[in-house]
Design a protein around this ligand. Structure first.
Ligand code: 4AD
Length: 456
């Protein structure tokens, strides 16, 4: 259907005085005796275009101006009194009727209500803005890596090895359990792959394989976690960006992560000014100042041991006790990023026992060369580490965790043949979107959230 994107009409003054055809959905409308007005949105722009109808000279179907109706309009693009562009309609055609029970009415609906209509919430201003920022940010992430000699690799979604070893893999099977099988092993032998398989929690292990050949790689794909975490920051299916860099230690990769975040946010600020202004007005007052500070100030780097000291000396009553050796809880992370530093903080060198098997063991014998990037309002957005390149140490870490070496033979062989120091990180795409938009629930930055007890 030949038509012009509404965004182009707003941006290109050469349309003024010309007849244009636009298509879109009615967002608001009003009628007087002689005139009628409808705001049309086609999703290409946050702004709606006003359609001006001279009722005395143009006939149109009675139901055309109902909220949600899909229209095709032909008319002359003219300057509006507000300094914008509107269309003096010459022809109005209904492409899709919308009955009065359309759930999106003029009032502002809550995000909770909108979650109950995921197939329609995308037609609101909020989701229009969220998904444009999401799309632009995905492009900016690819631009960042592509322009710096990284190879984009697609790691498998179905896998036989659990990267994080936290038992959070969804199982992939084609057969229902039956007590015909003597034991688990026999059951899996009869399954599609002839062994236990699951949905990958991270593409890192295969990413390391690629980095040991291509030097610098990144992945951008879905990861799956069967975590029983019903929080505003967890979904069972999230999008994961995982760069892996050969010849890089922990501090090199911290530098890359910081530079990537700043560059990507800068590109989103340049390309989505209206959307970010919208979030600043409606979701997080001061968002634009926050984003400007992120791109212009250094992030903090804080040793885990120092973080524990700060928490202990804070005089705060935390629900979870603060002890060297235990993981930081959300309340601890929030205190450090929101109250102490008020900016992104890389917490480094965590105790070995609370982190994954693949992380490089520090010479102190107690900690690993790992870091989490914590940000105000969201918490952890990046998990990162230098990888253990020493085969013996790696085997020892796996043994301590009761892991089955046979599931990781390829990974272990990488340490045998031309192993080099290397590091990488995983950035949760929805988490950084929350940070950049000020949207406080992860369910509102992904098209169809999957969470404990909920799939649609
Ligand atoms: O810290 P994580 O578990 O690290 C890894 O998976 C490493 N293998 C990454 C690597 O080094 N290549 O997860 C990385 C990030 C988290 O910081 C978080 O942003 C996101 O993935 N994430 C989730 N996002 C939404 N919902 C969940 N359930 C998430 N679990 C992790």
């Amino acid at each position: 259907m030949k038509h012009t994107d509404i965004k182009c009409i707003f941006e290109d003054p050469s349309f003024l005085g010309q007849d244009v055809t636009v298509c879109g959905w009615v967002r608001t409308s009003r009628e007087s005796k002689t005139m009628a007005f409808a705001e049309l949105n086609d999703g290409t722009s946050l702004k709606h275009i006003q359609i001006v109808i001279d009722r005395e000279n143009l006939e149109y179907p009675q139901t055309a101006l109902r909220l949600g109706t899909a229209l095709r309009v032909v008319g002359e693009a003219v300057a509006s009194r507000q300094g914008s562009v509107e269309i003096n309609a010459k022809e109005i055609e209904i492409l899709g009727e919308c009955p009065l029970e359309y759930p999106l009415q003029k009032k502002r609906h809550t995000l909770e209500y909108l979650r109950t209509i995921p197939h329609l919430r995308t037609r609101t201003n909020t989701f229009n803005a969220v998904f444009r920022v999401r799309s632009v940010m995905a492009g900016a992430i690819h631009n960042y890596f592509q322009s710096r000699n990284y190879t984009y690799v697609n790691t498998p979604i179905i896998t036989g090895s659990d990267c994080e070893g936290a038992g959070e893999m969804f199982r992939v099977t084609t057969i229902g359990y039956s007590n015909e099988y003597k034991n688990e092993e026999e059951y899996y032998e009869n399954d599609f792959f002839g062994r236990k398989a699951g949905l990958s929690v991270s593409g890192q292990l295969e990413g390391e394989v690629a980095a040991m050949a291509f030097g610098k790689i990144y992945t951008f794909g879905p990861s799956f976690r069967a975590e029983n975490s019903n929080t505003p920051r967890h979904v069972a299916e999230f999008w994961h960006i995982e760069p892996e860099v050969a010849f890089a230690d922990l501090y090199d990769i911290i530098g890359i992560a910081e530079d990537m975040i700043k560059t990507v946010i800068k590109e989103v600020m340049d390309k989505c000014p209206e959307e970010l202004q919208f979030f600043n007005n409606h979701f997080e007052k001061g968002l634009l100042d926050k984003l400007n500070a992120i791109i212009s100030e250094d992030f903090e780097v804080l040793d885990y041991t120092k973080a524990i000291e700060i928490l202990k000396e804070s005089g705060k009553e935390f629900v979870y006790p603060v002890e060297w050796g235990s993981d930081l809880q959300t309340e601890h992370e929030r205190y450090i990023t929101e109250e102490v530093f008020k900016k992104p903080v890389f917490v480094t060198n965590y105790p070995m026992e609370i982190k994954s098997f693949y992380m490089k063991q520090n010479p102190d014998g107690k900690t690993v060369a790992a870091t989490d990037l914590l940000v105000p309002g969201v918490g952890e957005i990046i998990g990162c580490s230098e990888r253990e390149a020493d085969l013996e140490k790696l085997l020892d870490a796996m043994k301590k965790r009761g892991m089955n070496e046979e599931d990781y033979t390829d990974y272990l062989e990488l340490r045998k043949f031309g192993s080099v120091p290397h590091s990488g990180f995983g950035l949760g795409f929805e988490r950084i979107l929350m940070y950049v938009t000020g949207i406080s629930n992860i369910r509102d930055v992904i098209l169809y959230p999957r969470t404990v007890g909920y799939v649609r």
